[in-house]
Design a protein around this ligand. Structure first.
Ligand code: KIV
Length: 262
């Protein structure tokens, strides 16, 4: 049976964790969805892992649309989320035009990076039938504004992050994704919102967890972020590693405290 936004909401209501993994092509999309992973994300991380850039900024809407079509053709029933790339929602009209392109390429939900200022964009997209996941915390498209890939939501910034999450839920966000946020801030945010929250470097208590597929298969060229676990270690095939990743999220053993920030 296909995973929909309602399936993910149901997981949260029943206290069951769900799994999310990036996918960029039909072959991996088939393997990932057959491994039982609930949500596939055509992330703009493709700019780094497929295109070899040192950030996600060069990725275009056409790039994401192309890879979304590839993933859609291999997908066996996972929910297909596509990333809005850098400046893709700089105006409401851009957001609508680009969301149309990505949904027509096969996306079933659009992920937008930002903060509280995304509220109006989310409301307009929702009015037009586009489900939205709002990506908060370390938003890699803002790496230059942050001055590097840094943990967000520490100290005084914690309350702002929580207020943003509450505002985006009120604006209509169907899900939130929290990247590189200390566990203590994440726990407070989880209490403040009721939509499903996906974590990456956030906390085991998040409703779902995501990684970049290359990272969890150990293809990292020696640079491994704290929140990454190599599921190929001890697995005898890619399919076994994907199943181990799905199982570890669902039984609560991943992420462990060493994958989170204090
Ligand atoms: O682009 C991406 O793959 C992402 C995930 C790492 C969350 O945004």
């Amino acid at each position: 049976m296909s995973v929909t936004i309602r399936t993910v909401q149901q997981c949260k209501a029943e206290g069951r964790k769900f799994s999310v993994l990036t996918a960029y092509d039909a072959c991996f999309a088939r393997l990932i969805s057959e491994a039982g992973i609930d949500v596939m994300l055509v992330g703009d991380s493709l700019g780094m892992v497929l295109q070899g850039h040192d950030s996600t900024l060069p990725v275009t809407v056409a790039d994401i649309a192309y890879h979304t079509r590839c993933v859609a053709s291999g997908n066996q029933g996972s929910l297909l989320m596509a990333d809005m790339p850098f400046m893709g929602a700089a105006s409401l009209q851009d957001a609508l035009d680009n969301a149309r392109t990505l949904m027509q390429a096969g996306a079933q939900i659009i992920k937008l990076e930002g903060a509280g200022w995304l509220a109006e964009t989310i409301t307009v997209l929702k009015r037009n039938g586009v489900p939205v996941c709002a990506h908060l915390g370390l938003t890699p498209q803002a790496v230059n504004a942050f001055g590097g890939y840094r943990v967000q939501g520490r100290g005084d910034a914690a309350q702002q992050l929580i207020d943003d999450a509450v505002a985006l839920e009120a604006a209509g966000a169907d899900m939130l994704l929290l990247e590189c946020v200390p566990r203590a801030t994440t726990l407070k945010l989880l209490e403040a919102v009721s939509v499903p929250v996906i974590g990456i470097g956030a906390a085991p208590e998040c409703d779902g967890q995501v990684l970049v597929v290359h990272d969890m298969l150990g293809i990292t060229h020696g640079k491994t972020a704290r929140f990454v676990k190599n599921f190929m270690a001890g697995a005898d095939s890619i399919q076994a590693a994907l199943r181990a990743y799905d199982a570890a999220i669902k039984d609560g053993s991943f992420p462990a405290p060493e994958h989170c920030f204090s």
